[in-house]
Design a protein. Structure first.
Length: 210
């Protein structure tokens, strides 16, 4: 089963990818992770990516696609895989097609923007030990203080309201058009990402069968 998970930042793609991995015994391929891995391992495409990353520039599509290509020919992908974070744009999806990669199912985890803002905006991280909290779902015993080490809890830049809105705008502008692209192929399924992790998992697994 070759899958793509779509969804806005904070929709729960990473969590669901882990569950599907276990269930179907296929690897989850997160674009960010494999780019870092390719750079660390010094693969030809990793070396190219490194030159852009060192300048603080975005890694261009052709390099990202080259790294994905290197990853998909590895043995553990023979029985299928889950792509998380790729493709992000219609041209990337077209490049995946051109590579001859036939995707079986695209599952979008749908969560309204307001819920995403609340979900991400509630996250806090300990500045000392890195422990994670959520003001609603996993609050610390004492507000602003880490349970484990007593360090100060901070709101990361990624989780600030303005940054969240910017990330959502980029998602709607660049990635959401993929829904129409895959709907046209008849392989898109949409699940409700607000029903709790276990319920969302049930819907995702059912969508793979449908």
């Amino acid at each position: 089963m070759k899958l793509i998970l779509l969804g806005a930042p904070g929709a729960g793609k990473g969590t669901q990818a882990e569950v599907i991995c276990e269930e179907l015994k296929i690897p989850a391929i997160s674009t960010g992770n494999i780019i870092r891995e390719a750079v660390k391992n010094g693969t030809p495409m990793g070396a190219k990516a490194k030159t852009y990353m060192e300048k603080g520039a975005l890694v261009p599509d052709d390099v990202v696609i080259g790294i994905i290509k290197e990853r998909l020919v590895q043995d553990d992908c023979k029985g299928g895989f889950i792509l998380d974070g790729f493709p992000r744009t219609v041209p990337q999806a077209e490049a995946l097609d051109a590579m001859g990669v036939a995707i079986d199912r695209v599952v979008e985890i749908s969560v309204p923007d307001e819920a995403i803002e609340k979900r991400l905006g509630g996250r806090r991280v300990c500045g000392s030990c890195g422990s994670s909290y959520h003001m609603e779902h996993k609050p610390p015993k004492q507000e602003g203080v880490c349970d484990k080490c007593g360090g100060e809890l901070i709101l990361r830049k990624d989780d600030q309201p303005e940054t969240i809105r910017d990330r959502l705008k980029v998602y709607h502008d660049q990635t959401e058009p993929l829904k129409d692209f895959y709907q046209g192929k008849g392989i898109l399924r949409v699940v409700d990402g607000q029903a709790g992790i276990e319920n969302t998992t049930k819907q995702v697994l059912a969508a793979l069968e449908a």
